[in-house]
Each structure stands twice: as C-alpha cells, then as structure tokens.
Design a protein around this ligand. Structure first.
Ligand SMILES: [Zn+2]
Ligand SMILES: [Zn+2]
Length: 291
C-alpha cells in the first residue's frame, strides 16, 4: 500500500512539474490559432475598413511571420529542455582548481566558479543562472542561448498578437464603453460562467487579455536578461552586485550566444559554438560583492 501511495505521489509530483509546460504550450498554440483566424477570416475586423480588405499576399506574409515565430519558440524550447547544463558527464579537471572553486556536498564534487547546485534538478549546473519553472529546467552555460532566443520570440510573438488583438479591444469598446464591455475585457471567465457572453466573445476577450498580460510579464523578464547578457552577469551575480567575468558587450555576447552571436538568434539550427567550456572563466573584476 505504501509503495502504491508513494508511486501515486511521485506521479502527481511529476504532473505538477510538467503542468506549467502544458499550460505554456496550450497558451502559445491558442494565441497563434486565434491570431491566424484574425488574419485569415476577420482581417480587418472594423466594418469601415472592409474596403481596404487585406490582399491574399499580405495575409500570407502575416501567416509566415506567425509560424516563423511559433517554430522558433517551439524549437528553442525543445533544445533548451534537451540540452543539459549540468556537470553530469563533464570532465571538470583538477589542475585548474583555484579561486572560485567550491565543494558540493550533495553532488560530492569539486565545482568550478559560477557553478551552483539546483535543488529542483538535484545536480550542480555550470554557469547557473536560475531554475526555469515554466520548463522545469535550469538555465546554464550550455542552454542559455536557447532560453534567451525562446524568450525573444515569445516577446516578439506576444507584441505582434497584442497589436493584432488591439482591434478586438477597439471593436468591443466601439460598441460603447458599457459595464458589460468593460467586464468582458476584465473578467471574461466570470462573464462566461454567468452566461452573459457567448463562448466566441469569451475566447476573443480571454486571448486578448492573455496577450496583454503575457506581453507585459515577458517584456520585463526579457529585458532583464538582455541587460544581464550585455553586462556578462548571471541572475545570482546580479543579486550579489558582482560582475567579475564581464568581457565587454561584444565579448559577453560571444561568450553567451556563441561565435555566431550576430545571426544565431534567427534560428536554433544555426550552429554557434561557445568559445568557453563553462568551467574556466577569465576574471576581469573583483570577485567580492560591491559595497
Ligand atoms: Zn551539487
Ligand atoms: Zn534546476
């Protein structure tokens, strides 16, 4: 019985870990589906603009742009999850052990500078940035590029979807700023449950809301990581006000995104070898926290 209970608990725990991934995937595909529908069927939504109906070529350009962003989000996310940033299987060497090296009692291993233990992944991670709960994966030296590019295309996709959905807001509000229209935009769930709106109106209002909220959240997160990228810092180093490994803006870009940093963000399939090994880092500043 005990083993059955623990097995059920393990399964539930695993499901909880994967829930954000399912939710993320569902939202990304729902938003893409809705925006594709807007382009193919509804564009432009406004009756007055019907004269200037979108040409087929213009619709194709929009659809290609959408699916280029969707493909980049999915492929980068897949490579981010599948590229292990941990010390497992990495020869850490002993001859270089010196300043910044520590001993991890959980992994029972000497670990290099910028490496730290993740209690979710249960392993030490090279140049660890943080543990991403949305993908249940650590962001580290070997997968930082995929994480950042996924974030870039999520940001671009949400900006695009928000602009496309602006027409939904305009159409709803053009009918008049009534209590009904404001509530539909602010609390579409409650309006649906109480039977005050159709499922179609709910779906549009819900996705338009998700785009705006998602865009604001992803913007804050994305620009924070762009700042870290240019400063050559990890999130941990940011909190301790240290940047002892900064190589200058271009040097930091090369070190994080690889030798083809200027083009690799266009596609995760463009090879961009990292110049370092995630173990040895050039020290260019004080290792002590700034006072
Ligand atoms: Zn460890
Ligand atoms: Zn982790």
């Amino acid at each position: 019985m005990a083993s059955l209970g623990s097995r059920v608990f393990c399964k539930v725990e695993k499901l909880c870990h994967h829930l954000p991934v399912f939710l993320n995937t569902f939202l990304v595909f729902s938003i893409t589906g809705e925006v594709s529908y807007l382009v193919v069927v509804e564009a432009p939504l406004d009756e007055e603009q019907k004269k200037a109906e979108w040409s087929s070529r213009w619709k194709v350009v929009h659809l290609l742009a959408q699916y280029f962003m969707l493909w980049n989000i999915c492929w980068n996310a897949l490579l981010f999850v599948r590229t292990s940033p941990s010390i497992k299987g990495v020869f850490l060497g002993a001859e270089g052990m010196g300043q910044g090296w520590r001993f991890c009692y959980t992994c029972e291993a000497h670990t290099p500078p910028r490496c730290s233990h993740c209690y979710d992944c249960r392993v030490c991670v090279l140049r660890r940035d943080h543990h991403c709960v949305f993908f249940d994966q650590c962001v580290g030296f070997h997968n930082y590029r995929y994480f950042l590019c996924c974030l870039l295309f999520m940001w671009a996709g949400l900006l695009y979807a928000t602009l496309m959905n602006a027409e939904v807001f305009i159409v709803i509000l053009k009918e008049g700023v009534t209590v009904h229209s404001v509530l539909l935009l602010l609390i579409p769930w409650i309006m649906l449950i109480s039977g005050q709106v159709t499922a179609r109106a709910f779906a549009f209002a819900f996705i338009a809301d998700t785009c705006v909220v998602g865009f604001l959240l992803v913007s804050a997160f994305f620009f924070f990581h762009v700042v870290l990228l240019f400063r050559g810092q990890t999130t941990r180093e940011w909190y301790s006000s240290r940047r002892p490994y900064s190589l200058g803006p271009v040097g930091n870009l090369r070190h994080t995104l690889g030798l083809r940093w200027y083009v690799c963000w266009l596609s995760p399939l463009i090879p961009s070898p990292l110049p370092g090994d995630g173990i040895n880092f050039q020290v260019t500043g004080s290792l002590q926290p700034n006072q």
